[in-house]
Write a protein that binds this ligand. Sequence first.
Ligand code: PLP
Length: 400
Amino acid sequence: MHSSEDSVPQRGVPMSSPDLTDAERQAVLEVLQTRRLSIGPQLEAFERAVAEYVGARHAIGVSSGTAALHLAVRALGIGDTDRVITTPFSFVASANVLLYERAVPVFVDVDPRTGNLDSEQVQQAAEALDGHSGEGDWLPPRGAPEGGQLKAVLTVDVFGQPADYDALQAVAQAHDLRLIEDSCEALGAVYRQRPAGTLGDLGAFAFYPNKQITTGEGGMIVTQDDELAGLVRSMRNQGRAPGDTWLEHTYLGYNYRMSELNAALGRVQMGRLDELLERREQVAGWYQERLDEIPRVERLSIMPSTTRMSWFVYVIRLDADVERGALAQRLEKLGIPSRPYFRPIHLQPFYRERFGYEPGAFPVAEDLGRRSLALPYSGVMTEAQVDQVCAALREALAAS
Ligand SMILES: *Cc1c(COP(=O)(O)O)cnc(C)c1O
């Protein structure tokens, strides 16, 4: 439906925009005056800023959010045949990182209000898989080797709202599971006074240009655990342990480093995070007021446990009788891009083929996937642009 991720219609509103100032441009230029272009003072400062902001002992910068999640999985020793409970309603990377290690994603359906993991079903799945009784109800139709061990829960803070962590942490504790928090959409969010990213053993953030802050490409892992932090630090840098020389490699590692250019950008963006989140909140508020007046459109529910929402995308839910594809085409003609959000992971062709999933496996995730539409959204949108989008939405809906 959309020719390119960054296509900006001539007279329309862009799908998303980074919020960059001269301070970011200056910081990147200053790095170019030095000879240190990778693993240097910019990365250290950026890591420190993220660690301080979320109150984590360690923050380790990497080349993408996907790399952050992959190293979290590796650091916990999750591997061949291991099972990890996770959500089908997410960006595909949160499940792909399990496949990189030949682990088995055990999908569980989501809460219709938020799109986050349904913690009651997580508990039921953990009970069945831990005791190996009735596990067939939860495992994928095929592709899960017999006797695999349940090791972890990988949660996603969808659209910038933390999942139900009181319940999820209780399940992890009861069944001796590790908890990985994919907070790639939720930097700055807060759950019952506790910052997103710090609610599991390891948390991951991402800095692609449409995220709350950007480094162009980049990611960060946060943790309180010294040992896990050491492993992640080593694995991002070709498996060099502290004390190893450039050509000594204690562990199997990767080149998941973040360059100083990216880190400088991130350092300045981190200093502006509260300002950026406030602007995003304001734009979301403008949408909210207008959408309340538009029939056949529902907004996302914000749970009482969400002390602070960190708005990532602005997603609406259409009534079941609205044909989403046709609506999106009408919007496009009016200069307004939009995106279906998300196509559930278990129905992606690769997952269907490998694990035998069919439509109907996770009805809530599928229903959200069918009815959700992301509207243009960023912290640099003006109120006039929000008006333009909402007027177009009204017009397109009237014709639907
Ligand atoms: C963006 C995102 C990622 C991956 O981040 P990249 O930096 O693009 O690799 C992972 N999980 C979720 C839920 C995301 O939204």
